[in-house]
Design a binder for this molecule. Structure first.
Ligand code: PLP
Length: 388
Protein backbone atom coordinates (compact mmCIF):
# COMPACT_ATOMS: atom_id res chain seq x y z
CA UNK A 1 0.00 0.00 0.00
CA UNK A 2 1.27 3.45 -0.79
CA UNK A 3 2.03 5.34 2.34
CA UNK A 4 0.89 8.89 2.86
CA UNK A 5 3.31 10.84 5.01
CA UNK A 6 1.66 13.63 6.99
CA UNK A 7 4.12 13.85 9.87
CA UNK A 8 6.47 16.52 8.53
CA UNK A 9 6.56 18.44 11.82
CA UNK A 10 8.30 15.38 13.29
CA UNK A 11 10.78 15.23 10.45
CA UNK A 12 10.91 15.68 6.69
CA UNK A 13 12.36 13.52 3.94
CA UNK A 14 15.80 14.54 2.71
CA UNK A 15 15.71 16.56 -0.52
CA UNK A 16 17.67 14.66 -3.23
CA UNK A 17 19.49 17.91 -4.06
CA UNK A 18 20.63 18.08 -0.44
CA UNK A 19 21.75 14.47 -0.53
CA UNK A 20 23.80 15.13 -3.68
CA UNK A 21 25.50 18.09 -2.05
CA UNK A 22 26.46 15.96 0.96
CA UNK A 23 27.85 12.91 -0.84
CA UNK A 24 31.26 14.36 -1.82
CA UNK A 25 31.85 15.15 1.87
CA UNK A 26 31.22 11.53 2.78
CA UNK A 27 33.26 10.01 -0.04
CA UNK A 28 36.08 12.31 -1.11
CA UNK A 29 36.46 15.29 1.18
CA UNK A 30 36.98 13.68 4.53
CA UNK A 31 39.75 15.79 6.07
CA UNK A 32 39.40 17.01 9.62
CA UNK A 33 38.45 20.69 9.28
CA UNK A 34 40.87 21.57 12.08
CA UNK A 35 43.87 20.10 10.21
CA UNK A 36 46.17 22.56 8.48
CA UNK A 37 46.92 20.37 5.44
CA UNK A 38 45.00 20.53 2.19
CA UNK A 39 42.48 17.83 3.18
CA UNK A 40 41.52 19.88 6.21
CA UNK A 41 41.57 23.20 4.40
CA UNK A 42 39.13 21.80 1.84
CA UNK A 43 36.55 20.83 4.45
CA UNK A 44 37.12 23.95 6.58
CA UNK A 45 36.32 26.01 3.47
CA UNK A 46 33.08 24.06 2.96
CA UNK A 47 31.96 24.76 6.53
CA UNK A 48 32.77 28.45 6.33
CA UNK A 49 31.12 28.70 2.92
CA UNK A 50 27.95 27.15 4.40
CA UNK A 51 28.02 29.53 7.35
CA UNK A 52 28.82 32.68 5.39
CA UNK A 53 27.29 32.38 1.95
CA UNK A 54 24.17 30.53 2.92
CA UNK A 55 23.09 30.67 6.54
CA UNK A 56 24.24 34.16 7.55
CA UNK A 57 23.39 35.60 4.12
CA UNK A 58 19.83 34.25 4.32
CA UNK A 59 19.31 35.45 7.89
CA UNK A 60 21.00 38.82 7.26
CA UNK A 61 23.39 38.31 10.16
CA UNK A 62 27.16 37.98 10.48
CA UNK A 63 28.79 34.54 10.16
CA UNK A 64 30.13 34.73 13.72
CA UNK A 65 26.53 34.77 14.99
CA UNK A 66 25.95 31.18 13.78
CA UNK A 67 27.08 28.27 15.97
CA UNK A 68 26.46 24.85 14.44
CA UNK A 69 25.08 22.32 16.93
CA UNK A 70 23.75 18.76 16.87
CA UNK A 71 20.24 20.10 16.33
CA UNK A 72 17.42 21.97 17.96
CA UNK A 73 17.64 20.30 21.36
CA UNK A 74 21.28 21.20 21.92
CA UNK A 75 20.75 24.77 20.73
CA UNK A 76 17.76 25.19 23.08
CA UNK A 77 19.73 23.74 26.00
CA UNK A 78 22.66 26.01 25.25
CA UNK A 79 20.49 29.13 25.03
CA UNK A 80 18.91 28.53 28.44
CA UNK A 81 21.70 26.93 30.42
CA UNK A 82 24.46 29.24 29.23
CA UNK A 83 22.34 32.38 29.73
CA UNK A 84 21.95 31.44 33.38
CA UNK A 85 25.56 30.36 33.82
CA UNK A 86 27.27 33.14 31.86
CA UNK A 87 25.01 36.18 31.81
CA UNK A 88 23.67 36.33 35.33
CA UNK A 89 20.12 35.45 34.27
CA UNK A 90 18.07 34.98 37.43
CA UNK A 91 14.60 34.74 35.90
CA UNK A 92 13.41 32.65 32.96
CA UNK A 93 10.01 33.49 31.52
CA UNK A 94 8.67 30.71 29.32
CA UNK A 95 5.47 28.75 28.69
CA UNK A 96 4.01 25.34 29.46
CA UNK A 97 3.60 24.53 25.78
CA UNK A 98 7.25 24.90 24.77
CA UNK A 99 8.97 21.90 23.26
CA UNK A 100 10.45 19.72 26.01
CA UNK A 101 13.93 20.86 24.94
CA UNK A 102 13.02 24.24 26.44
CA UNK A 103 10.35 23.32 29.00
CA UNK A 104 12.32 20.57 30.74
CA UNK A 105 15.56 22.56 30.59
CA UNK A 106 13.85 25.54 32.24
CA UNK A 107 12.32 23.23 34.84
CA UNK A 108 15.70 21.64 35.61
CA UNK A 109 17.30 25.08 36.00
CA UNK A 110 14.45 26.05 38.33
CA UNK A 111 14.91 22.90 40.44
CA UNK A 112 18.66 23.42 40.70
CA UNK A 113 18.06 26.98 41.88
CA UNK A 114 19.96 28.52 38.96
CA UNK A 115 17.07 30.83 38.15
CA UNK A 116 13.44 31.31 39.02
CA UNK A 117 11.08 30.13 36.30
CA UNK A 118 7.86 31.99 35.50
CA UNK A 119 5.26 30.44 33.20
CA UNK A 120 3.43 33.03 31.16
CA UNK A 121 -0.35 32.62 30.96
CA UNK A 122 -1.68 31.39 27.64
CA UNK A 123 -4.81 32.12 25.66
CA UNK A 124 -6.93 29.17 24.53
CA UNK A 125 -5.22 29.12 21.13
CA UNK A 126 -1.78 28.91 22.73
CA UNK A 127 -0.83 32.56 22.21
CA UNK A 128 1.04 34.03 25.18
CA UNK A 129 -0.97 36.57 27.17
CA UNK A 130 1.13 39.65 26.41
CA UNK A 131 -0.36 41.63 29.31
CA UNK A 132 0.82 38.90 31.70
CA UNK A 133 4.19 38.76 29.98
CA UNK A 134 4.55 42.49 30.53
CA UNK A 135 3.57 42.10 34.22
CA UNK A 136 6.28 39.45 34.63
CA UNK A 137 8.83 41.60 32.80
CA UNK A 138 7.98 44.60 34.99
CA UNK A 139 8.26 42.57 38.19
CA UNK A 140 11.67 41.16 37.27
CA UNK A 141 13.13 44.15 35.42
CA UNK A 142 16.84 44.71 36.01
CA UNK A 143 17.35 41.31 37.70
CA UNK A 144 18.69 39.38 34.68
CA UNK A 145 15.81 38.01 32.61
CA UNK A 146 15.59 35.57 29.70
CA UNK A 147 12.31 35.11 27.85
CA UNK A 148 12.05 31.87 25.87
CA UNK A 149 8.94 31.50 23.71
CA UNK A 150 8.75 29.37 20.61
CA UNK A 151 7.97 30.95 17.27
CA UNK A 152 5.46 28.29 16.23
CA UNK A 153 4.15 25.46 18.34
CA UNK A 154 5.02 22.07 16.87
CA UNK A 155 1.78 20.43 18.06
CA UNK A 156 -0.72 23.22 17.42
CA UNK A 157 0.70 25.39 14.69
CA UNK A 158 0.03 28.55 16.72
CA UNK A 159 2.61 31.16 15.69
CA UNK A 160 3.55 34.12 17.84
CA UNK A 161 4.54 37.60 16.71
CA UNK A 162 8.30 37.72 17.29
CA UNK A 163 8.43 41.47 16.71
CA UNK A 164 5.77 42.17 19.35
CA UNK A 165 7.25 39.80 21.96
CA UNK A 166 10.82 40.87 21.20
CA UNK A 167 9.78 44.53 21.41
CA UNK A 168 8.40 43.96 24.92
CA UNK A 169 11.58 42.15 25.94
CA UNK A 170 13.70 45.05 24.65
CA UNK A 171 11.57 47.59 26.52
CA UNK A 172 12.24 45.82 29.82
CA UNK A 173 15.86 44.89 29.10
CA UNK A 174 15.23 41.13 28.87
CA UNK A 175 17.04 38.74 26.55
CA UNK A 176 14.78 36.96 24.08
CA UNK A 177 15.29 33.40 22.87
CA UNK A 178 12.89 31.81 20.41
CA UNK A 179 12.81 28.17 19.35
CA UNK A 180 12.37 28.54 15.60
CA UNK A 181 12.78 24.85 14.85
CA UNK A 182 9.37 24.65 13.13
CA UNK A 183 9.67 27.93 11.24
CA UNK A 184 13.28 28.16 10.06
CA UNK A 185 13.27 27.29 6.35
CA UNK A 186 9.53 28.06 6.24
CA UNK A 187 9.52 31.83 6.90
CA UNK A 188 12.03 34.58 6.20
CA UNK A 189 14.11 35.97 9.08
CA UNK A 190 15.90 39.29 8.91
CA UNK A 191 18.07 39.44 12.01
CA UNK A 192 18.91 43.09 11.46
CA UNK A 193 15.28 43.94 12.03
CA UNK A 194 14.02 41.17 14.30
CA UNK A 195 14.36 41.95 18.05
CA UNK A 196 15.46 38.43 18.99
CA UNK A 197 18.80 37.57 20.63
CA UNK A 198 18.90 33.79 20.29
CA UNK A 199 17.26 31.45 17.76
CA UNK A 200 17.41 27.70 17.33
CA UNK A 201 17.29 25.69 14.13
CA UNK A 202 17.15 22.00 13.14
CA UNK A 203 17.84 21.09 9.51
CA UNK A 204 15.68 17.96 9.46
CA UNK A 205 12.50 20.04 9.64
CA UNK A 206 13.09 21.49 6.19
CA UNK A 207 14.38 18.53 4.16
CA UNK A 208 17.90 18.67 5.53
CA UNK A 209 19.75 15.93 7.43
CA UNK A 210 19.09 14.92 11.03
CA UNK A 211 21.59 15.66 13.78
CA UNK A 212 22.54 19.15 12.66
CA UNK A 213 21.22 22.61 13.49
CA UNK A 214 22.47 25.87 14.85
CA UNK A 215 22.11 28.47 17.53
CA UNK A 216 21.93 32.03 16.27
CA UNK A 217 23.50 34.23 18.96
CA UNK A 218 23.39 37.98 18.40
CA UNK A 219 26.82 39.61 18.54
CA UNK A 220 27.50 40.87 22.03
CA UNK A 221 25.22 38.38 23.82
CA UNK A 222 28.29 36.62 25.14
CA UNK A 223 27.35 33.03 25.93
CA UNK A 224 30.22 30.62 26.54
CA UNK A 225 30.24 27.06 25.17
CA UNK A 226 28.03 24.32 26.57
CA UNK A 227 30.32 21.59 25.25
CA UNK A 228 34.00 21.91 26.12
CA UNK A 229 37.02 20.48 24.34
CA UNK A 230 38.54 21.59 21.06
CA UNK A 231 38.38 25.08 19.64
CA UNK A 232 35.83 24.36 16.87
CA UNK A 233 33.09 26.84 16.06
CA UNK A 234 35.31 29.75 17.13
CA UNK A 235 35.58 28.18 20.58
CA UNK A 236 31.81 28.09 20.96
CA UNK A 237 31.12 24.37 20.46
CA UNK A 238 33.80 21.74 20.83
CA UNK A 239 33.96 18.53 18.80
CA UNK A 240 34.89 17.67 15.22
CA UNK A 241 32.26 19.27 13.05
CA UNK A 242 29.41 17.35 11.46
CA UNK A 243 30.83 18.28 8.08
CA UNK A 244 28.30 16.69 5.74
CA UNK A 245 25.51 17.72 8.08
CA UNK A 246 26.58 21.36 7.85
CA UNK A 247 26.89 21.13 4.06
CA UNK A 248 23.42 19.51 3.95
CA UNK A 249 21.89 22.11 6.27
CA UNK A 250 23.17 24.93 4.08
CA UNK A 251 21.91 23.29 0.89
CA UNK A 252 18.51 22.62 2.50
CA UNK A 253 18.26 26.28 3.52
CA UNK A 254 19.29 27.45 0.10
CA UNK A 255 16.61 25.32 -1.56
CA UNK A 256 13.95 26.22 1.01
CA UNK A 257 14.42 29.95 0.53
CA UNK A 258 14.98 29.77 -3.22
CA UNK A 259 11.39 28.72 -3.81
CA UNK A 260 9.83 29.86 -0.54
CA UNK A 261 6.81 31.73 -1.90
CA UNK A 262 5.86 28.81 -4.07
CA UNK A 263 6.18 26.39 -1.12
CA UNK A 264 4.09 28.62 1.13
CA UNK A 265 1.39 28.93 -1.52
CA UNK A 266 1.28 25.18 -2.14
CA UNK A 267 1.38 24.02 1.48
CA UNK A 268 -1.05 26.67 2.82
CA UNK A 269 -3.46 25.59 0.11
CA UNK A 270 -3.25 21.98 1.30
CA UNK A 271 -3.90 22.97 4.90
CA UNK A 272 -6.90 25.13 3.96
CA UNK A 273 -8.27 22.34 1.75
CA UNK A 274 -7.95 19.71 4.46
CA UNK A 275 -9.48 22.00 7.08
CA UNK A 276 -12.41 22.83 4.86
CA UNK A 277 -13.12 19.20 3.94
CA UNK A 278 -12.83 18.01 7.55
CA UNK A 279 -15.29 20.65 8.71
CA UNK A 280 -17.73 19.88 5.93
CA UNK A 281 -17.58 16.09 6.01
CA UNK A 282 -16.92 14.89 9.58
CA UNK A 283 -19.43 16.17 12.14
CA UNK A 284 -18.02 17.35 15.46
CA UNK A 285 -14.49 18.04 14.22
CA UNK A 286 -12.71 21.07 15.70
CA UNK A 287 -9.23 22.51 15.44
CA UNK A 288 -6.74 22.95 18.27
CA UNK A 289 -4.72 26.10 18.69
CA UNK A 290 -4.78 28.75 16.00
CA UNK A 291 -5.41 27.30 12.57
CA UNK A 292 -6.12 30.62 10.85
CA UNK A 293 -4.12 32.53 8.26
CA UNK A 294 -1.36 33.58 10.70
CA UNK A 295 -0.74 30.03 11.91
CA UNK A 296 2.14 27.79 10.86
CA UNK A 297 1.07 26.65 7.42
CA UNK A 298 2.65 23.20 7.73
CA UNK A 299 0.61 22.04 10.76
CA UNK A 300 -3.08 21.29 11.32
CA UNK A 301 -4.10 19.96 14.73
CA UNK A 302 -7.53 18.35 14.73
CA UNK A 303 -9.83 17.17 17.51
CA UNK A 304 -12.12 14.34 16.42
CA UNK A 305 -15.35 13.45 18.21
CA UNK A 306 -15.27 10.63 20.75
CA UNK A 307 -16.41 7.45 19.03
CA UNK A 308 -15.27 4.82 21.52
CA UNK A 309 -12.23 3.99 19.37
CA UNK A 310 -10.20 7.18 19.89
CA UNK A 311 -7.34 5.29 21.50
CA UNK A 312 -6.87 3.31 18.33
CA UNK A 313 -7.23 6.13 15.83
CA UNK A 314 -3.55 6.66 15.13
CA UNK A 315 -2.97 2.92 14.72
CA UNK A 316 -5.99 2.51 12.48
CA UNK A 317 -4.75 5.29 10.23
CA UNK A 318 -1.31 3.71 10.09
CA UNK A 319 -2.87 0.40 9.06
CA UNK A 320 -4.70 2.31 6.31
CA UNK A 321 -1.40 3.80 5.11
CA UNK A 322 -1.62 7.28 6.62
CA UNK A 323 1.24 8.40 8.87
CA UNK A 324 0.50 11.34 11.17
CA UNK A 325 0.89 11.92 14.86
CA UNK A 326 -1.36 11.93 17.90
CA UNK A 327 -1.37 13.67 21.21
CA UNK A 328 -4.13 14.01 23.74
CA UNK A 329 -4.28 15.50 27.20
CA UNK A 330 -4.70 12.27 29.13
CA UNK A 331 -2.20 9.52 29.82
CA UNK A 332 -3.04 6.11 28.48
CA UNK A 333 -0.96 2.95 28.55
CA UNK A 334 2.57 3.61 27.41
CA UNK A 335 1.47 6.77 25.61
CA UNK A 336 2.32 9.59 28.01
CA UNK A 337 0.01 12.10 26.38
CA UNK A 338 0.81 15.59 25.28
CA UNK A 339 1.94 18.22 27.76
CA UNK A 340 0.72 20.85 25.28
CA UNK A 341 -2.84 19.50 25.18
CA UNK A 342 -2.78 18.92 28.95
CA UNK A 343 -1.77 22.57 29.50
CA UNK A 344 -4.35 24.05 27.15
CA UNK A 345 -7.24 21.59 27.01
CA UNK A 346 -7.20 19.46 30.18
CA UNK A 347 -10.89 18.53 29.90
CA UNK A 348 -10.96 17.79 26.22
CA UNK A 349 -12.51 14.53 25.00
CA UNK A 350 -12.08 12.71 21.70
CA UNK A 351 -8.84 12.16 19.86
CA UNK A 352 -6.29 14.61 18.54
CA UNK A 353 -4.36 14.13 15.36
CA UNK A 354 -1.67 16.40 14.01
CA UNK A 355 -1.38 16.44 10.25
CA UNK A 356 1.75 18.16 9.03
CA UNK A 357 2.61 18.86 5.44
CA UNK A 358 5.62 19.61 3.29
CA UNK A 359 6.29 20.82 -0.22
CA UNK A 360 6.23 17.15 -1.30
CA UNK A 361 2.67 16.60 -0.02
CA UNK A 362 0.01 16.50 -2.74
CA UNK A 363 -3.67 17.41 -2.82
CA UNK A 364 -4.42 13.85 -3.86
CA UNK A 365 -2.80 12.59 -0.65
CA UNK A 366 -5.01 14.93 1.39
CA UNK A 367 -8.10 13.71 -0.45
CA UNK A 368 -7.15 10.06 0.08
CA UNK A 369 -6.57 10.78 3.79
CA UNK A 370 -10.05 12.29 3.97
CA UNK A 371 -11.51 9.12 2.47
CA UNK A 372 -9.72 7.02 5.11
CA UNK A 373 -10.94 9.32 7.91
CA UNK A 374 -14.48 9.17 6.60
CA UNK A 375 -14.34 5.37 6.62
CA UNK A 376 -13.01 5.36 10.20
CA UNK A 377 -15.68 7.83 11.34
CA UNK A 378 -18.52 6.33 9.32
CA UNK A 379 -20.59 5.54 12.48
CA UNK A 380 -20.27 9.19 13.62
CA UNK A 381 -21.19 10.46 10.17
CA UNK A 382 -24.14 8.04 9.94
CA UNK A 383 -25.29 9.07 13.45
CA UNK A 384 -25.29 12.74 12.43
CA UNK A 385 -27.25 11.88 9.26
CA UNK A 386 -29.94 10.11 11.33
CA UNK A 387 -30.25 13.11 13.72
CA UNK A 388 -30.60 15.49 10.79
C1 PLP B 1 9.79 23.06 18.35
C2 PLP B 1 10.90 22.07 18.43
N1 PLP B 1 12.01 22.35 19.16
C3 PLP B 1 13.03 21.50 19.25
C4 PLP B 1 13.01 20.29 18.61
C5 PLP B 1 14.17 19.37 18.74
O1 PLP B 1 15.00 19.43 17.61
P1 PLP B 1 16.04 18.25 17.32
O2 PLP B 1 15.23 17.06 16.96
O3 PLP B 1 16.85 18.75 16.16
O4 PLP B 1 16.86 18.08 18.53
C6 PLP B 1 11.89 19.93 17.84
C7 PLP B 1 11.82 18.63 17.16
O5 PLP B 1 10.90 17.89 17.27
C8 PLP B 1 10.80 20.86 17.74
O6 PLP B 1 9.71 20.57 17.03
Amino acid sequence: MTKIYLDNAATTPLDPEVFDAMVPYMKEHFGNPSAIHGFGRRTRAAIEQARRSVVSALLNCTPSEIIFTSGGTEADNMALECSVRDLGVKHIISSRIEHHAVELTAEAIGHDGGAQVHWVRLHADGQPDLAHLEELLKATQGQGVLVSLMHANNELGTRIDLTAVGGLCRRYGALFHSDTVQTMGHYRFDMEKLPVDLLTCAAHKFHGPKGIGFLYMRNGVGLKPLILGGSQERNMRAGTENLYGIVGLAKAMEVAYRDLDEHIHHVSGLKAHMKQRLKAEIPGVSFNGDSGPESLYTVLSVNFPEDGKSEMLLYNLDIEGVACSGGSACSSGSNKGSHVMAALYPDQTGANLRFSFSRYTTKDEIDRTLEVLKRVFEPVIAGARVKA
